[in-house]
Design a protein around this ligand. Structure first.
Ligand code: ATP
Ligand code: MG
Length: 243
């Protein structure tokens, strides 16, 4: 995959993403539920990492924190992207991080039902564009989305709406959407969780092809056969990450 000038290459094998002693506690009424209790994990540039753990162990919580979708506790250690502390980001940098630096694939797709497949995949590329930029670049963005959807095997579904698609097709749209802005890291939460084994492995083949092109992949799963496709596996137990 070609890289944007906005994404200067870093040293291969260097940490692209690192959580260092991360803490996250949910407050339920008057009860504190500590989920992450000093979790440390590093993701090296270009690797494919699987995060496993039992249901409720905090996998989604950790992935949301890595993606800048949620905030850790006040006494938490940092999350670093290419050495930058996410907590130091201002609003504009934070938006750029969520929209450009990382791509996120949600377990339940989260596609917009009123938009077509093509429009769903294009959407993140339109965020923040001025009207003028949008007018001048929409054709190129549309072409890129169509090309990406083609590599995801969806060229015959561009004008369909999500409700008309199978689960595997919806997940492929969600992957195309997560890749549209050429993120350095793709964070995928149970990307095959709702799919039958065959469809699930088709999704993993798609991710493997992107990984072979240089994409860094962090995938949460509770399925050992899915985790086996990754290069490395870590497990969340008792709020901590074990290699
Ligand atoms: N918004 C929230 N408010 C309160 N508690 C929450 C919230 N989100 C998650 N939790 C709790 O935090 C714990 C970890 O949740 P999380 O979703 O990270 O687990 P998980 O490992 O992804 O589980 P699963 O495999 O079932 O998806 C659970 O006990 C859950 O109930
Ligand atoms: Mg989860």
């Amino acid at each position: 995959m070609t890289r944007d000038a906005a994404h200067p290459p870093t040293t291969p094998g260097a940490d692209i993403l690192r959580a260092e002693g991360v803490r996250k506690t949910y407050r339920l009424g008057r009860v504190d539920v500590p989920v992450l209790r000093g979790a440390t994990v590093s993701v090296r540039e270009g690797e494919w990492l699987a995060i496993v753990g039992s249901s409720g162990s905090g996998k989604s919580t950790l992935l949301h924190l890595l993606g800048g979708l949620d905030r850790a506790d006040a006494d938490s250690g940092p999350i670093l992207f290419a050495g930058e502390d996410l907590r130091r980001f201002g609003a504009a940098r934070e938006n750029r991080y969520r929209n450009r630096d990382v791509g996120f694939v949600f377990q339940f797709y989260h596609l917009l039902p009123e938009l077509t497949v093509l429009e769903n995949a294009m959407l993140p590329s339109l965020v923040g564009l001025s009207r003028l930029r949008w007018m001048s670049s929409r054709r190129a963005l549309r072409d890129r989305a169509a090309e990406l959807l083609e590599t995801c095997g969806l060229s015959h579904r561009l004008t369909h709406r999500p409700a008309e698609l199978s689960g595997g097709e919806r997940q492929r749209v969600a992957i195309a959407r997560a890749l549209i802005n050429r993120p350095r890291v793709l964070l995928a939460d149970e990307p095959t969780g709702n799919l039958d084994a065959r469809t699930g492995h088709g999704i993993l083949d798609l991710l493997a092809a992107r990984h072979a092109e240089g994409l860094t992949l962090v995938m949460v799963t509770h399925d050992a056969s899915v985790a086996a496709r990754a290069q490395r596996e870590v497990r969340i137990t008792d709020g901590q990450v074990e290699a």
